[in-house]
Write a protein of this length. Structure first.
Length: 344
């Protein structure tokens, strides 16, 4: 049976004050160790009760309230129905149970007490048949749950100090594992993972039922596996790991993907006026004769497209070239005349 006072008695005053600080429990400078433990206990019990009862359904909470003779919350307006929501009922039950836990549990039925324990994941084989023994077990489990709730609010450094003061060797920084070692009073060591050695056959085995993945991977190439799948009329695409799985599934009678059929080439989308090599038109697309264009009508209804810069009609180009030639001839005549005058 987990005793709250006994659990916290191993810690010094500074650590107890730190627990009170993280749980928002008010303390005084004159508080002794016993005073701090009493204050922590008053915080642990309702925390454990609240956590356990929150796992129950609303109908179970209403049944507990009937056994404790607790009425549902009645609003100020008497015409309105009493409030029977889970948060309200949970608050009322916790307030009544935390005053006197054991006497309140004695008012409950054995079935309800078993529901209590099943919610905390206590196996049915571990639940006793005597009611007094069930109550003792329920109180112990509620205290353990309350201590777990309180410890979960502490930082990892504080939990490590608690393990040292309890003289527990804890080779981890995980908070849940340190809390488990504190509640169970046992050391925690990391379990070394065992190296799994893969056994491979000394001789090359045949691909038959019972062959292992390791033998297929070490004795056969990817091309051999692809050939085996092709002979079995199965899909031979994928990497080596996929091929090995496909072979083992087929040997064990598990359905595998069959060999893919070659797809036919898709027909051309625009087959209009397409002719075969022989010169005949394709039957799927009959030829359509072009309608004769009417004279004097333009094909495009929009504005005529302007010629881009630098591009003009051939007549414009010819006129430009003629002007350039005439200018060049005039310049040559002027040079000749100037030469004659100099000679004179």
């Amino acid at each position: 049976m987990v005793e709250i006072e006994e659990f916290f008695s191993d810690f010094d005053i500074d650590l107890l004050k730190e627990i009170c600080y993280y749980r928002n429990v008010e303390t005084d400078e004159d508080d002794t160790k016993e005073d701090l433990i009493a204050k922590i206990t008053r915080d642990v019990v309702p925390s454990g009760i609240r956590r356990v009862l929150s796992l129950l359904k609303l109908k179970d909470l209403l049944e507990i309230m009937e056994a404790l003779h607790v009425k549902p919350h009645q609003p100020e307006n008497e015409k309105k129905k009493p409030i029977k929501s889970k948060p309200v009922c949970l608050k009322l039950v916790v307030e009544n149970l935390e005053k006197d836990l054991e006497p309140s549990l004695k008012k409950q039925s054995i079935e309800m007490l078993k529901k209590f324990l099943k919610c905390i994941q206590v196996e049915e084989s571990d639940i006793p048949t005597d009611k007094d023994e069930i109550i003792d077990l329920a109180v112990s489990e509620i205290n353990a749950v309350g201590i777990e709730v309180v410890l979960s609010n502490l930082p990892a450094d504080a939990l490590h100090k608690m393990c040292e003061e309890k003289e527990l060797k804890v080779d981890t920084t995980s908070k849940p594992k340190m809390i488990d070692s504190l509640l169970n009073g046992e050391d925690y060591k990391k379990k070394k993972k065992k190296k799994t050695t893969v056994k491979v056959s000394k001789h090359k085995p045949k691909i038959v039922k019972g062959i292992s993945k390791e033998d297929l991977n070490s004795w056969y190439l990817k091309t051999d596996l692809e050939k085996w799948l092709q002979d079995a009329d199965l899909n031979s695409t994928g990497n080596k790991r996929v091929l090995i799985k496909r072979i083992i599934d087929s040997l064990e009678g598990i359905e595998t993907t069959p060999k893919r059929e070659k797809r036919k080439a898709p027909s051309p989308k625009n087959t209009r006026n397409v002719k075969k090599k022989t010169g005949e038109e394709s039957p799927s697309t009959p030829s359509k004769e072009k309608a004769p264009e009417e004279k004097g009508k333009k094909r495009s209804r929009g504005r005529p497209r302007k010629n881009p810069k630098g591009s003009g009609s051939t007549s414009d180009k010819e006129s430009k070239s003629e002007k350039e030639q005439s200018k060049h001839k005039e310049k040559e005549k002027e040079k000749d005349q100037s030469g004659e005058e100099d000679s004179d």
